[in-house]
Write a protein that binds this ligand. Structure first.
Ligand code: C2E
Ligand code: MG
Ligand code: MG
Length: 252
């Protein structure tokens, strides 16, 4: 698999799909997430979950991460030039974030564009990934926020081993509630209570909150009533290749 991914990078077989996130309160599009896909010559469009786990903690993980950053900035540039001011979120593996040249490479990538572009870039880090030393991660996040002006969100919140410690210590701007808690809120009182609690905690800690995996209007409405305005999920739109996404954006 590692060999195949290496070839796929050389042969440009990766693409990013885009999924919007909207404010359920006023239906405004707030941004979108870039999600990688492998356009496999035989297997067709392949999910990241089918290849990312195999390259975790290898140099390829970092190479792919760099490609996603470059590609997303290029896309952001196209949109900003058309006057579309939407924030783009990209997923960064902890191995990549912790690599010695991460901040330098990100600064380098951003330096090809006007300085205000950084405010539209959000980096998502997985709560479930092994952060190792929280102190180190915290200092990387702070440097990126202060020096480069990019923002951070903590993805899949609630699936890590010490969510409360992460909430207290990681200076992320946004908490993204994991879809496994969102899925059953309409029927499952425990999931409802967890989400109620997480929303209250994000308020206390002064963080933005977004729910992922919003699969029906009722999910969106309930979340809105509970105080979570931002949503991402199939009910709004599935991740789409760029041409479809642009069309969706035009018709929205
Ligand atoms: P994630 O960052 O939590 O992204 C959300 C995942 O949930 C995406 O899966 C998305 O397609 C899916 N999703 C969105 N709305 C719904 C919904 O309403 N219902 C359901 N059932 N699913 C929904 P995807 O694209 O397969 O990505 C899976 C994971 O792979 C991502 O989870 C992220 O952790 C990772 N990933 C994706 N792209 C990248 C990347 O460029 N770099 C890195 N390091 N990781 C990536
Ligand atoms: Mg994500
Ligand atoms: Mg997630």
């Amino acid at each position: 698999m590692v060999g195949e991914v290496r070839t796929a990078i050389e042969e440009n077989q990766f693409v990013t799909y885009f999924q919007p996130r909207v404010s359920v309160a006023d239906n405004q599009i707030k941004g979108f997430e870039a999600l990688i896909r492998w356009n496999h010559p035989e297997k067709g469009v392949t999910s990241p979950l089918d290849f990312l786990p195999y390259i975790e903690n290898t140099d390829l993980d970092i190479q792919i991460g760099e490609w996603v950053i470059q590609n997303s900035l290029k896309q952001l540039d196209e949109w900003l030039k058309q006057g579309i001011t939407l924030e783009i979120s990209i997923n960064i593996s902890s191995n990549h974030l912790l690599s010695s040249s991460f901040i330098y490479d990100l600064e380098e990538a951003l330096s090809n564009y006007p300085v205000h572009y950084a405010q539209y870039l959000q980096l998502e880090i997985l709560e479930s990934s092994a952060f190792g030393d929280i102190q180190t991660i915290t200092s990387i996040i702070e440097k990126c926020q202060e020096k480069l002006k990019v923002t951070f969100s903590l993805d899949d919140f609630g699936t890590g081993y010490s969510s409360l410690t992460h909430l207290r210590r990681l200076p992320v701007n946004t908490i993204k509630i994991d879809q496994t808690f969102v899925r059953d809120i309409l029927d499952d009182p425990s999931d409802f209570s967890i989400i109620e609690g997480v929303i209250a905690l994000t308020r206390s800690f002064n963080r933005n909150v977004i729910a992922e995996g919003v699969e029906s209007t009722n999910h969106g409405l309930l979340l809105l009533l509970m105080g979570c305005e931002l949503a991402q999920g199939y009910q709004i739109a599935k991740p789409m290749p760029i041409a479809t996404f642009n069309q969706w954006l035009n018709n929205y």
